[in-house]
Design a protein around this ligand. Structure first.
Ligand SMILES: [Zn+2]
Length: 224
């Protein structure tokens, strides 16, 4: 499925049961970073504007941060393999990555231009040496929770807007888990960018999200 074929919702009004999750806007996911996402830097100003608008409605804004220990099992270097080679084991895969977002490193920091002052919470994920976490809700073993769903449920949140990097990995897995956990999910299409590796990953991700009932919207069509 092509991104142009999505049918974004014409307009969405923010209500008090909403939350915003901004996924992994970190240096290593910028075009010149260790795991660069094309255009990743181009969406930050718009994310900031949206985050400001959302914050003004007194709803919670959550940032996620990929946060791996050195020699994390998701790194190709930990297996003497090349980045982006296929690899599957419990909690890891379907492919291996270049070393990225190592705890405390410059690559793991939020991009300098990302406005973090609107954030109520930061969820760090992938910090266990043998489990990766694409999703902001549940790590890749499918059973280790990050705590985000509990946080949102305690606050009475029903709908979660998601944007950031990358559309076909961390945004995608967050959207799927969010739906399975009973949240209404709205992906902000213009505030997300994809990796599309292996080829077809983005198309598959979009198809799966549509099938599970994720909604898509352009940020300009979300009103207070
Ligand atoms: Zn990672």
């Amino acid at each position: 499925m092509e991104i142009e074929k999505l049918k974004p919702t014409p307009s969405v009004k923010i209500n008090d049961k909403d939350a915003l999750v901004i996924v992994d806007v970190q240096n290593d996911f910028m075009p010149d970073g260790a795991l660069g996402v094309k255009g990743g830097d181009e969406i930050i100003d718009s994310i900031n504007q949206f985050s400001d608008k959302f914050h003004k409605t007194e709803n919670v804004v959550i940032l996620t941060q990929d946060w791996h220990p050195p020699k994390h099992l998701s790194f190709a270097s930990s297996h003497n393999k090349r980045p982006y080679e296929p690899y599957e084991s419990e909690g890891i895969g379907p492919i291996l990555w270049p070393d990225h977002c190592v705890q405390g490193s410059n690559g793991a920091r939020f991009h300098d231009t990302l406005e973090t002052k609107f954030a109520n919470a930061i969820i760090r994920k992938g910090y266990r040496p043998t489990i990766d976490s694409y999703s902001a809700f549940i790590e890749n073993d499918g059973k280790t929770y990050t705590g985000l769903s509990g946080y949102l449920k305690v606050l009475g949140k029903k709908r979660v807007f998601i944007c950031g990097l990358a559309l076909d990995y961390c945004v995608y897995y967050s959207a799927i888990d969010g739906r399975n956990l009973g949240f209404e999910i709205v992906v902000l299409v213009d505030l997300s960018k994809a990796i599309n590796s292996p080829p077809g990953q983005l198309s598959n991700a979009l198809k799966q999200m549509v099938e599970i009932g994720v909604n898509f919207v352009k940020s300009e069509n979300v009103t207070k």
